[in-house]
Design a binder for this molecule. Structure first.
Ligand SMILES: Cc1ncc(COP(=O)(O)O)c(C=O)c1O
Length: 439
């Protein structure tokens, strides 16, 4: 295809001891042995691909890191991170229970056969009907705010029995901005007041303490602070009110190997290992434990699934922008890649391309200026139909995706072989809930 020639400045300052940025090409031609071009031919483009092997490997690393240090650890799969049935079932088969933050997610876990007693019910919005169902089914309800204490006491009165509960706590862990809008604050005494209120109400029994200090937390110290503060609160609540607090739940928030925008160093340098997270948390528990150790619950989401997810997308067209950069128009946009706003993804080529790299931009198919998958990336001249692999994209993207302008794509999980786990949207799907009786 002919394109009008342009003159571009070559910035030699970019060359470093790692070689010239004009020649390096990152290539990924297969996922778990399946050729990316063949996957796209067979299932269409764009295509989300999940690797069961990657999920199992990561889960086992985290589980081993914690279980080798602490006697009683349970992982609860954070549904909101990725709630395809096939993905949830994979985690449940590995021994994860379920962590949900809405009645919809609660019902989804129940529909997969997870019993109420194996579900942690978090979140700031739990209507009374949902609380009642969860209480009847023995779920672990984590109270977020004062109104929820009242609601649950009413449910307890209706059921004619006490309900075991946990409270969510927030605190200063040295990482800012602190996530302080969920749960009760430990530092200003609010969490202790909530425990006292629960004790005095005599309808709820406190059995757990929970915190989720943030997401993509690069500091292991923050977890050590959180575990210490929860343990100290546990000791005090047991001493003053005689509660038997069976578990502490450190939530999620461990970082994946994604490259956060604005963070210069590579994820291999800045992201703590599972062992480092585990060491910080378990040491803090041991140092502050008196008597029986609590069970340790974790709700890690992103770190377990992000790297197991790949997005295959094809070059639809290219054009040169007035600033000299090439814009490649891809068939995948930010409506299915919400995390593009936070991360500079790795972008792999399906094969080696002729020619020198040029500063390029990857755009999606949406008629929206914000539809940018990669703003400034060095790429060789690509062809129409070139297949790119965007990675890591396994966490949050599909659960937060929008049916917007384009249909959402198919999803496959590679187990022994690639299996379709979600069909693409179509017109019937989009129109299904519309009502038009005006004509
Ligand atoms: C209560 C709770 N637990 C667990 C998670 C999972 O967090 P992450 O994916 O950062 O591990 C979240 C996510 O925001 C959450 O709100």
């Amino acid at each position: 295809m002919y394109q009008k020639p342009t003159i571009n400045r070559v910035d030699f300052a970019l060359a470093s001891k790692y070689g010239s940025p004009y020649k390096a090409q990152k290539i990924k031609s297969e996922i778990d042995g399946y050729d990316v071009r063949e996957l796209v031919e067979r299932f269409g483009s764009p295509l989300f691909v999940f690797s069961k092997k990657d999920i199992e490997k990561k889960f086992n690393q985290f589980q081993e890191a914690f279980r080798s240090r602490y006697p009683d650890v349970t992982f609860f799969w954070s549904y909101k991170t990725n709630y395809f049935d096939a993905i949830c079932k994979t985690f449940h088969a590995l021994g994860s229970k379920a962590e949900v933050v809405s009645e919809f997610e609660y019902d989804k876990a129940r529909a997969l056969g997870i019993e109420g007693k194996d579900i942690i019910f978090n979140g700031p919005f739990k209507p009374k009907s949902a609380l009642r169902k969860a209480a009847e089914e023995g779920a672990m309800i984590h109270i977020d705010h004062w109104d929820e204490i009242n609601d649950l006491e009413e449910v307890a009165a209706e059921l004619g029995r006490e309900i075991p509960v946990a409270i969510r706590c927030n605190m200063d862990t040295g990482v800012y901005p602190a996530w302080s809008r969920f749960g009760f604050n430990v530092d200003n005494g609010e969490a202790f007041d909530a425990i006292e209120r629960i004790f005095k109400g005599q309808k709820l029994i406190l059995t757990g303490l929970h915190t989720h200090i943030g997401t993509f937390m690069l500091s292991t110290d923050a977890y050590a602070v959180a575990a210490k503060k929860l343990m100290q609160l546990r000791n005090r609540a047991e001493d003053e009110f005689g509660f038997d607090i069976e578990y502490i739940d450190l939530g999620g928030g461990f970082a994946s190997k994604n490259r956060l925008k604005g963070v210069y160093q590579s994820p291999d340098v800045v992201v703590p290992t599972p062992d480092e997270y585990a060491e910080a948390i378990t040491n803090a528990i041991y140092e502050n434990a008196r008597g029986k150790l609590p069970k340790l619950y974790l709700e890690t989401g992103r770190a377990l699934i992000d790297e197991a997810g790949y997005l295959l997308t094809s070059v639809f067209a290219s054009k040169r922008m007035p600033d000299g950069r090439v814009s490649y128009i891809l068939d995948a946009g930010v409506n299915i890649l919400y995390t593009a706003f936070w991360y500079n993804f790795e972008v792999f080529l399906d094969k080696r391309y002729e020619g020198l790299n040029e500063p390029s931009q990857l755009n999606g198919p949406l008629c929206m200026n914000i539809d940018v998958i990669a703003e400034n990336i060095m790429l060789p001249p690509l062809e129409r139909g070139s297949v790119l692999t965007v990675w890591p994209v396994g966490a949050y993207n599909y659960t937060q995706s929008m049916q917007f302008i384009q249909y959402r794509p198919r999803v496959v999980l590679i187990d022994e072989e690639p299996k379709l786990i979600r069909e693409r949207d179509d017109l019937a799907y989009v129109k299904e809930k519309e009502i038009d009786d005006t004509l």
